[in-house]
Design a protein around this ligand. Sequence first.
Ligand code: ZN
Length: 504
Amino acid sequence: MQRLQEIDHLRRAVNVLIWDQNTYMPPGGAAARSSHQATLNRLAHAKFTDPALGRLLDALEPLREALPPDSDEAAILFWVRRDYDRSRRVPEAFVARAAAHFSQLFQAWTEARPQDDWQAVRPLLEESLRLSQEFAAFFPEHQEPLDVFIDHSDPGMTAARMDELFRELREVLRPMVQAIKAHPPVDDRCLHQHYPVEGQRAFGEMVAACYGYDFQQGRQDLAPHPFMIKIAQGDVRITTRYREDDLAIGLFSTLHETGHALYEQNIHPRLADTPLDHGASAGVHESQSRLWENLVGRSRPFWEHFYPRLQETFPDQLAQVSLETFYRAINKVQPSLIRTEADEVTYNLHIMLRFDLERALLNQELRVADLPEAWRARMAEDLGVVPSNHRDGVLQDIHWFSGFIGGSFQGYTLGNIMGAQFFQAAMAEQGPAIQEEMAQGRFDALRTWLTERIYQHGGKFLPDTLIERVTGRPLSVQPYLEYLQRKYSELYDLSTVQAGTPGD
Ligand code: ZN
């Protein structure tokens, strides 16, 4: 535990550097900051792959059987053993080669994207694909290369399982998008007036505090790409960004990152400084950001309480706008080019596109050179909109241009699916209390339920185990589809749409 704590401290120090880099660091600090981070990461990696740690793990092996399987100690041994064996399989020279390549690619992408210059990054992306395949080959026990990367961020999940979940979702979402497109577009001009930042900040932070985000153990700052980061149990920070001509961007960024932060702030204090002091997986983490952003923060009961307060904050802009008009505006569905700005209904189609393309790349069924065309074809097929440039197409996301290809997108959709399943279970058990509180702008019952069932355990359970424990059933798309159908049938009068009933 002493050795693991030292490694943990090095990684937390890296987090402080990352937070600063993305908030207050002057541009002149960039080059030095990268090498500072690289040094700390190298030290942490060397400590973690030290054979002495392996010998300690071996010595503890006989103890594992004797430990209660649900104990923290058993979980710590399981996860540390798993991570140690993985890290040891990847040669140091490969790690260094890959890190150097990814930093070169990221730099090239930050310059190529504004200039729409696909050809500048194409050869580098081809090298990334080779590196990704080489990395995957260190783990031959997996069915296909993508599984290696998925298992890293969403343990226990596979490409084949994701494919099945996506198929069930697609069957419902594509006709739903088509049906919504047949309606006249929702008028969301009320969101695009002039909204001074100060009012936006005050309102967003007030809601975050009502959710239960503790500003004594956190803070909110500005960042171009909002994120949540944990420095310590008592220091969980969030970031947001504001646009004075778009009220929704800042507000829902804040609510999203607050969801991530509530998870981290409510991990049990006894797990602080242990390898379990983090969320269970990318998908489970995203389930909490989506739950607080969408299932709560874009719901009618939430706005019945908070809309009068928002009107008080922005009387000139909203006094004449009805709750109904505002509610429809924040839930407007419109196929668009940009994933991060997509609504709840079209969002997952953006994810499926990326998932299928990266799977095809890794399985050598698609060449990097053909990626832009494959992107356009799929956008046309699923969303009916096609980017006229690379910037809003294949160059759009940071993920393929800053690390291995694969594994970083499925967590978003898993989050949507899991969030709805968790929320449905919470409502089944505590519905009246949760609703009664929400009508008064309070969320103690919901947050307490989530803390008891999910947050306090940190990274102790495998996601599949956690879902079964919390909801009494395996992962299922059904609660999420029911939620979308109920909400958007009402908003768009989709009573005539017969969506398929996917297998449960
Ligand atoms: Zn998120």
